[in-house]
Design a protein around this ligand. Structure first.
Ligand SMILES: Nc1ncnc2c1ncn2[C@@H]1O[C@H](COP(=O)(O)OP(=O)(O)O)[C@@H](O)[C@H]1O
Ligand SMILES: [Mg+2]
Length: 424
């Protein structure tokens, strides 16, 4: 049940070096471990400094499964939760069931235990646990099992893309995209990349007070060089968890792209970064259409006037036929309540486009203007403001945290392929 198969070992040179060489680097995921023994805590702590774990954010806590249940009652779950349980079978299964209630979609669970028993293993897999590591195991065994979650054939990609597009130019789509990315990175402690796709005029660099020498143009004009190490060098760090792939915002080149121009870049980002926010400019071309239709989640930003209403409706209709099996995009009404401006009411707007807005963000020239001028996010300018709160809630709604919490999922992310592999 555990350990490498005989066939895998037969052709390998002596020692474990051959096996170790094939451990793929762990992507930019967040990992939280809840240990019971100092020995396992030490193994995980040691793994943190391994080169293959460079990009992962790891926190080691004590207290085992009960501490995890307590921690996630009110906080979002990371990409991977590691639970050590030295106890007997039923206690472990019981705690995992309790934990499942608070587990967000996409979170993987690795259990470390002492009981080497196929029935327990099956019970864990049936609960959607991704991996069961039986003691004694070493640092590399641990890294290998985390790495496998993301690199084994058929494993789900790490990253989820969220495309943000305005129903008109200048409606605040980029501002919302940047604040959304910031809120996901900070609020959820998850690695996030904001991709500025407005190559000629994008403002993400200004908004985050960054002036990186390289960015998205280097990636898109050198598709043959694309891999995660190359893209990594193009990212500039805004906060602990947020990186920016900036637009050149210079006009010396033409930015006419083919439909698939950004495919390679997005694929590479998806293998490594959990949250990818795409700030898509308000133009309707083959490549913008492809980006929004291909995104995992979509946010449409509109101001409540007639042109926005017409465009939002057209976008929603087109997207509905282009993504027949996906949920509706999220609609944000931005800049509502501007003094003396005739506006379409939220209710009328929602009725006409047949979609309730996820958030209605008021017009606030002072707050948004200060943020833009200072190269800061709204929550950095006024963390207690209603608008900062709305943007935080938007991040929760887009990442599915709130909905998931309400629906009380009963299963972790199942990894059936794992069971198949173990059986083989
Ligand atoms: N709710 C708001 N109230 C006031 N100004 C806003 C609001 N949202 C955005 N802005 C401002 O509107 C301008 C255009 O925003 P931007 O995000 O660049 O729009 P888009 O990407 O849709 O073209 C920016 O100066 C921004 O600070
Ligand atoms: Mg923009």
């Amino acid at each position: 049940m555990q350990g490498g198969s005989d066939t895998a070992k037969a052709g390998a040179p002596a020692g474990d070096a051959h096996v170790d060489a094939v451990i793929a680097p762990v992507p930019r995921i967040s990992i939280q471990a809840f240990c019971e023994s100092p020995e396992i805590a030490a193994i995980i702590q040691e793994a943190v400094s391994d080169r293959r774990m460079d990009k992962a954010h790891v926190k080691v806590h004590m207290g085992g499964a009960p501490a995890a249940v307590e921690a996630y009652r009110s906080a979002p779950t990371p990409n991977v939760i590691v639970i050590e349980s030295a106890g007997e079978r039923n206690t472990l299964l019981h705690s995992l069931d309790a934990l499942a209630e608070f587990c967000d979609a996409g979170t993987r669970v690795i259990v470390c235990g002492k009981i080497n028993d196929i029935l327990l293993y099956r019970a864990l897999i049936a609960r959607g646990v991704s991996e069961y590591l039986v003691s004694p195991f070493n640092v590399l065994d641990f890294i290998r099992s985390v790495s496998h979650l993301y690199s084994s054939p058929g494993s789900a990609p790490v990253g989820r893309t969220i495309a943000v597009m305005g129903a008109k130019g200048g409606v605040g789509a980029s501002t919302i995209a940047h604040n959304l990315a910031w809120a996901i990175a900070n609020g959820h402690e998850a690695s996030t990349v904001i991709v500025d796709l407005d190559l000629g005029f994008g403002t993400a660099g200004l908004d985050f007070n960054q002036d990186p020498p390289q960015g998205i143009a280097d990636a898109v004009f050198a598709p043959e060089r694309l891999d995660i190490n190359f893209v990594d060098r193009l990212l500039s760090k805004c906060t602990e968890n947020l990186s920016l792939l900036a637009a050149p915002a210079t006009l010396d080149r033409m930015y006419d792209f083919g439909e698939n121009a950004f495919d390679g870049l997005i694929d590479v980002l998806r293998t490594s970064v959990p949250w990818i926010v795409l700030d898509v400019p308000h133009v309707w071309t083959a490549w913008t259409r492809r980006l929004v239709i291909g995104a995992d989640d979509l946010v449409i930003v509109a101001t409540p006037d007639l042109a926005n209403l017409r465009n939002a409706k057209n976008m929603l209709d087109t997207l509905r036929s282009g993504r027949p099996n996906d949920g509706r995009p999220k609609l944000i009404l931005n800049g509502a309540g501007l003094l003396k401006r005739p506006e379409i009411s939220t209710a009328d707007f929602a009725k006409a486009v047949e979609l309730e807005p996820t958030a209605v963000i008021p017009f606030d020239a002072k707050l948004f203007g200060t943020a833009a001028n200072n190269g800061q996010m709204i929550a950095e300018v006024e963390s207690n403001s209603k608008i900062a709160e709305l943007l935080g809630e938007l991040a929760q709604a887009v990442t599915g945290r709130t909905e998931v919490r309400k629906s009380k999922r009963t299963l972790f992310h199942p990894l059936v392929s794992k069971l198949v592999r173990k059986k083989a």
